[in-house]
Design a protein around this ligand. Structure first.
Ligand code: PMP
Length: 408
């Protein structure tokens, strides 16, 4: 058989070939990052900007976790490639921790350790979705969800729940959104961006609904330890054990142990899915940095004292923030029951100069030098997300500046 000619590099790029692929070109700029970039630029220029944009605890990683990493860095075992799916001892500890914290029983071979919770989100949709598969996405949603669904050629189907419903979708709403193409339901409780927490009964009803329709449930439990006012955390996987073969649990050390920069998360689910997702990861990023995995091992197999301390501070700030924001004309802020975000309904403050929440966020940043994230990052306009993971004094000052600006 004659050898096929090797393709000749063309000197002229074809005019029909875009420089950036359609798939990547379609990714929306993150509104969260846009606000953050503007706030950082102002700060760098010496302006006293107060940032409510951050999605991370303002506490340091606990000492014993850092110490485990220091020791790990000195051990040559950690200087080499390790299994793409994660260190066996870490996967074992994650299985034990999952049983301890949420009552969901899994084995180590049902865990894939990822580069932060974000890679677990990406891997999950890449592994579950075929082109055109629909994913029901309760809205407001964390901004990475629709992008990673679309990157996997899936179709996000937004189901909006406003403050009137405590930012929680109902089974009736889900029923109205389901079609023959629906494959997955996303369930995030406590929620980023709204701080909403589904009760045990609500969680079980939604889990049963998904199971009855043969849907997969992708449940993000990264804020499991941050609930307030005696609101319990409920894992949908435990509430509806029949889901076991069709549930993927996403989690990580970022929020519970103040470890956002260490980049360790995981996905847990049925063995075949984890195996397939591991194949994907083995060609994309391979193993997560061993030093970070050793730090995560110390974190998940250790106590939960650090998160209890953070939680007490977040709870105090949460109350101060909600009270302050509700005093702003046109603002209405329900009390969030979890995570560390307040989601303010600002529809009453729009119109005239500021038609959208993006306009309003821009105005607050320009005039009061306070950074907040507009609802457009998470769904419809009309809302602002403020993180209360910042110092009490900054929080009070920032809320006061917004009050003064909008009282005018
Ligand atoms: N899920 C949710 C709901 C989040 O808010 C975040 C962080 N913003 C993550 C997952 C991912 O966290 P990380 O990649 O830092 O582990």
């Amino acid at each position: 058989m004659p050898a096929s000619p090797s393709p000749q590099p063309s000197s002229q790029p074809s005019s029909t070939t875009a420089r950036v692929s359609r798939r990547i070109g379609a990714i929306a700029e993150s509104a969260t990052l846009a606000v953050d970039a503007k706030a950082k630029a102002l700060k760098a220029a010496g302006r006293p900007v107060i940032g409510f944009g951050a999605g991370e605890p303002d506490f340091p990683t606990p000492d014993y976790v850092v110490e485990a990493a220091v020791q790990a860095a000195k051990d040559p075992r950690n200087h080499r490639y390790s299994p793409a799916s994660g260190l066996p001892e870490l996967k074992e500890a994650i299985a034990e921790k999952t049983l301890r914290d949420s009552g969901f029983r899994i084995e180590a071979n049902q865990v894939l350790v990822t580069n932060g919770g974000k890679q677990a989100v990406f891997n999950t949709f890449a592994t579950l979705l075929d082109p055109g598969d629909e994913v029901i996405l309760p809205t407001p949603f964390w901004t990475t969800y629709p992008e990673s669904i679309r990157l996997a050629d899936g179709v996000p189907v937004e189901v909006f729940a406003g403050p009137e419903n405590g930012y929680k979708v109902t089974v009736d709403q889900l029923d109205a959104a389901v079609t023959e193409r629906t494959k997955v339901l996303v369930f995030v409780s406590p929620s980023n961006p709204t701080g909403a927490v589904y009760s045990p009964a609500e969680t079980a009803a939604i889990g049963r609904w998904a199971h009855d329709r043969g849907l997969w449930v992708v449940t993000d439990e990264i804020y499991e330890h941050l609930t307030y006012d005696d609101m319990p955390f409920t894992s949908i996987a435990t509430a509806v054990p029949e889901l076991a073969e069709q549930v993927i649990v996403l989690n990580g050390v970022a929020k519970t142990y103040a470890m956002t920069g260490w980049r360790v998360g995981w996905m847990a689910g049925p063995v075949d899915i984890i195996k397939a997702a591991t194949n994907l990861q083995s060609h994309s990023t391979s193993n997560v940095a061993n030093v970070s995995q050793r730090a995560a091992l110390a974190a998940v197999s250790g106590p939960l004292d650090a998160v209890e301390t953070m939680k007490a501070a977040f709870d105090r700030r949460r109350r101060a923030m909600v009270a302050g924001l509700n005093a702003v004309p046109g603002f209405s802020c329900p009390t969030p029951e979890g995570a560390f975000y307040a989601y303010v309904d600002v529809r009453g403050a729009l119109g005239g100069q500021h038609q959208t929440s993006a306009d309003l966020a821009g105005y607050i940043l320009d005039e009061a030098e306070v950074a907040v994230v507009p609802g457009e990052a998470f769904g419809p306009s009309g809302f602002l997300r403020l993180s209360y993971a910042l110092g009490d004094d900054d929080l009070a000052e920032g809320v006061e500046r917004i009050q003064k600006l909008l009282e005018k």
